[in-house]
Design a protein around this ligand. Structure first.
Ligand code: TYD
Length: 396
């Protein structure tokens, strides 16, 4: 495989086997045409970048039916309000222009719009961008890429802040992304984004962060090295709790500014943990294999005790676990979820039915696999009367 940034050959260090599109919840009649790819991962030491090898064309994933609405999680809506407050305080003034990359249904931008600040979102999935536009948040239904920048002509070179949450790792061509950022930002502009963090994924062995949409899992070392290639620099980082452990990265044009204490601490810690070299990946591979064995053991034990099992939240992440560990609809009876676009369909690859919360409440099983383990607090608040055996691969 080739590193998507340096273009140099690297060896994949692990395969998770045949994988479907993670968010490709599917109807029975479409089972025969389901798309699969071999999910391999590699690591480029030159830019310390953890990355996916083969991946489906983005058009297959971010289309008119992208089944995820940011506003469906109360916790995420609150997180985006805090993120907006932080951005408002630190990077803009009342005359600033803001772009959000992958603005989904406008949950973050709404906060700026309420302050009267000029903003626009780029969102390739039609259903979510329609939702944003109908609530008055200007959203361009296209990828944020150099060929589409003229759609936001008045923002070219005049944007004080570009922000993004959990989307930069979806973008295969980082070269084009950074060139586009360069074109849109003012001289002192900032690019601030959050992504699931490699250090957290390794620590929790949360390999379910890896799926077709997540082409990269970043660290401060990788972001610092990649942006340096384009005369930008990473000036600060802020760890976040979202998505089971994320990192907020703050990028500016290179000015030989001092690195923040926080950044120095995190970079030192990454060196200590060898997150900047392939050794940590070799350990991660072993940890994934152990985790798979433990999960299968746990499930077999439940089966031996004749206990029924369902899944809670039909997440993209669950697609990796179910297909890597080959857990099918004979083991997990159904997965409940709140998203109308997923209900009545089947999970990608393993074809477990997705049901609504009413069905779940009427058919409580003995054990529940919490696929949205990253939303545990929010979910346990709602479901605290359910005294069943909750489990997930990150807490075995
Ligand atoms: P998330 O962890 O953001 O998933 P992904 O792995 O796809 O990024 O969780 C989103 C999914 O979880 C979405 O399908 C809605 C579902 N969900 C519920 O059904 N109930 C809940 O209380 C929460 C928080 C999420």
């Amino acid at each position: 495989m080739k590193c998507k940034v340096t273009n140099k050959i690297i060896d994949p260090f692990m395969s998770f086997g045949k994988m479907p599109v993670a968010n490709g919840f599917i109807k029975k009649e479409d089972f025969r045409n389901e798309f699969f790819f071999n999910m391999e991962v590699g690591f480029s030491e030159e830019v310390s970048l953890f990355q996916l090898n083969d991946h489906p064309k983005p058009e297959l994933m971010f289309n008119e039916k992208y089944p995820f609405f940011t506003s469906s999680s109360k916790f995420m809506t609150a997180h985006f309000k805090n993120f907006a407050d932080y951005l408002t305080k630190n990077f803009i003034n009342s005359n600033s222009k803001i772009i959000e990359i992958g603005s989904n249904d406008g949950t973050l931008l709404k906060n700026f719009k309420n302050l009267g600040i000029e903003c626009v979102g780029f969102e390739p999935s039609k259903n979510v961008s329609d939702r944003a536009n109908s609530s008055g948040i200007k959203t361009i239904n296209k990828f944020f890429s150099s060929k589409n920048l003229s759609e936001a002509r008045e923002f070219v070179g005049k944007t004080d802040l570009i922000c993004a949450s959990n989307v930069i790792c979806h973008i295969p061509d980082l070269n084009d992304l950074i060139i586009s950022i360069d074109k849109m930002l003012t001289k002192n502009g900032s690019f601030v984004f959050e992504e699931p963090y490699l250090g957290s994924m390794f620590e929790k062995v949360s390999y379910d962060q890896i799926y077709d949409e997540h082409i990269y899992i970043f660290s401060a070392s990788s972001i610092s090295k990649i942006f340096k290639l384009y005369d930008f620099e990473l000036v600060d980082v802020l760890p976040q709790q979202t998505h089971g452990g994320s990192m907020r990265y703050i990028i500016k044009r290179k000015k030989r500014d001092k690195k923040s204490k926080n950044l120095i601490k995190i970079l030192d810690n990454e060196k200590l943990r060898k997150l900047d070299v392939i050794e940590s990946c070799v350990q991660f591979k072993k940890d994934c294999e152990t985790s798979k064995i433990q999960l299968i053991k746990k499930i077999n034990k439940l089966k031996d005790q004749n206990k029924s099992i369902c899944g809670y939240a039909a997440t993209s992440k669950s697609t990796t676990i179910l297909n890597y560990c080959k857990i099918d609809n004979k083991t997990i009876k159904f997965i409940c979820d709140t998203t109308p676009e997923k209900i009545g369909k089947f999970s990608p690859g393993m074809h477990i039915p997705v049901v609504d919360m009413k069905y779940f409440k009427n058919n409580i099983t003995d054990a529940i696999y919490l696929f949205a383990w990253n939303h545990k607090e929010e979910i346990f608040k709602k479901e605290n009367n359910l005294k069943v055996d909750w489990f997930s691969h990150v807490e075995l």
